[in-house]
Write a protein of this length. Structure first.
Length: 88
C-alpha cells in the first residue's frame, strides 16, 4: 500500500504530511477563522474532511492563495462606486 506524505531526509520512508486545523490554517492565511469556516461550509475552498473534522494540506492552502489572486486591469477606467457611470 502506498504511503501518503513526503520523503524524509533519507528519501526512503515517507513522513505523513501535517494537516492543519481551521484555526491553524486561518493563522497561516492571516484571515479570520469565521471567514475560513464560511468558505468551507460553502465548499469554496479546497479542504479535507476526516469524518466531521476539517483539515487543510499545504497544497490546499497554496490553492486558496492562488485562487484569490486578482488580475491587474491595465488601461481601464474605474467604474463609479455604484456600478454605473455618472452623468452631468
Amino acid at each position: 500500500m502506498a504511503q501518503i506524505g513526503r520523503p524524509d531526509n533519507d528519501g526512503e520512508e515517507k513522513v505523513p504530511e501535517r494537516l492543519l486545523t481551521i484555526p491553524e490554517a486561518a493563522r497561516v492565511l492571516a484571515v479570520p477563522e469565521s471567514w475560513l469556516r464560511e468558505r468551507v461550509r460553502l465548499r469554496r475552498v479546497p479542504h479535507r474532511r476526516l469524518g466531521k473534522h476539517v483539515r487543510f494540506s499545504a497544497a490546499d492552502l497554496e490553492q486558496i492563495v492562488a485562487r484569490a489572486a486578482q488580475q491587474v486591469a491595465l488601461g481601464r477606467r474605474v467604474a463609479h462606486a455604484h456600478g454605473w457611470p455618472r452623468t452631468r
